[in-house]
Design a protein. Structure first.
Length: 367
């Protein structure tokens, strides 16, 4: 899998830009604020249909412009896939896949594979459960594109249930709640099944990469923890998981009515990250946490490559400035052979051989 070309119109600081990257390593060098990360963000948006900066769509539009358009062609085993996204400053976006309008990510995920590592990926380790849930959901979508629709449907029913709880409180109609609970459990079982399968695939790879990137070997435990459920049976399918969640949701109903929110389900789950016997979130050093976060992204890359028989596009945003020389050298040794995009403020700090690009004031030129 590789990005053959990308065109930007009024995206962030790029008024008009077309880049035809090298199939191998591409290093984008420029001062802070020159547009390096914005270019990678645009590449990532075409694959995930969301900003890896967690930015709202409207913020991607160049200030003063009416809309932004991002277009790109990805070439893989199925030929070229053209993704086009038009985002207005106000209103809803339009997404085209090979000229046909789509509404969800599933169709894009079926043909485009991409993994990004960012300086903010320490959030995967240090911050709240939502970051680790999103990590699993994104990887699940790239392994099983149907997971995107399952996640969206679950969120939709969850919003409906929460709206009823907030609006009606203790006076909520039990029959309506029963109907919503049944729907919610069925969708929760599907989401949970994908997450557990994803965690099972990626956990050994995370431990392997951490051992290769870290300074000292450590036992890494990457364990899914479901809210309100003591234990989940290995290999349970979506229906079995839904049956496990159903009584837990019923038992929590009284508390949910009082607080006006749903306390049981995949939206409340987390992942336990342990290095040897230490909680990685609170007791690991920053170097260990960075190696673990990088190991999680490289593990995603390897799992996608193995399961889909195609190497994803890899984005590394300002990574080498955050790594000490030892970790940088070990990362370079383990980088995959596919297409890689790297950004840096200084060309000399990127120990990779590849095509160099100069980025300045929204322009991108060959070095």
């Amino acid at each position: 899998m590789r990005l053959a070309w990308i065109e930007l119109t009024d995206f962030r600081c790029h008024a008009s830009l077309r880049v035809v990257p090298d199939p191998g390593v591409n290093v984008f060098v420029g001062d802070n604020g020159s547009g390096k990360t914005s270019l990678l963000e645009a590449v990532g948006y075409l694959a995930a249909l969301t900003s890896f900066r967690r930015s709202p769509d409207a913020s991607l539009v160049l200030q003063g412009a009416e809309r932004t358009v991002v277009r790109g062609g990805f070439v893989g085993t199925m030929g070229e896939t053209v993704v086009e996204v038009e985002i207005p400053a106000t209103g809803r976006r339009r997404v085209l896949l090979n000229g046909k309008r789509i509404t969800g990510r599933a169709a894009v995920a079926a043909t485009v594979a991409l993994v990004a590592f960012l300086p903010d990926d320490l959030d995967l380790i240090k911050r709240g459960p939502v970051y680790r849930r999103e990590y699993l959901d994104d990887l699940a979508t790239q392994l099983w594109p149907a997971a995107a629709a399952e996640q969206a449907d679950y969120e939709r029913v969850l919003r409906q249930r929460n709206a009823l709880l907030r609006r009606e409180g203790r006076h909520a109609d039990p029959t309506t709640l029963d109907v919503l609970d049944e729907r919610l459990c069925g969708l929760a079982g599907a989401v949970l099944s994908r997450r557990l399968a994803t965690a099972d695939l990626v956990a050994p790879q995370i431990e392997s990469f951490y051992g290769e990137l870290g300074e000292t070997p450590a036992r890494v435990r990457f364990t899914y923890a479901a809210a309100g459920v003591a234990e989940l049976p290995l290999g349970a399918d979506a229906a079995a998981l839904a049956a496990i969640l159903a009584p837990a949701l019923v038992a929590a109903r009284r508390g949910d009515l009082e607080r006006g929110a749903t306390s049981i389900g995949p939206h409340r789950d987390d992942v336990d990250l342990v290095l040897d016997a230490r909680d990685a979130r609170t007791r690991a050093s920053q170097g260990e946490q960075r190696s673990l976060a990088l190991g999680m992204r490289l593990a995603s890359y390897r799992v996608i490559a193995e399961r889909r028989a195609t190497a994803p596009v890899l984005l590394l945003d300002d990574v080498f400035s955050e790594l000490d020389p030892g970790r940088s050298a070990r990362l370079v040794e383990r980088l995959p052979g596919g297409q890689v995009f790297v950004t840096s403020a200084r060309s000399g700090e990127v120990p990779l051989v590849g095509k160099r690009w100069r980025v300045a004031a929204g322009r991108v030129d060959e070095w």
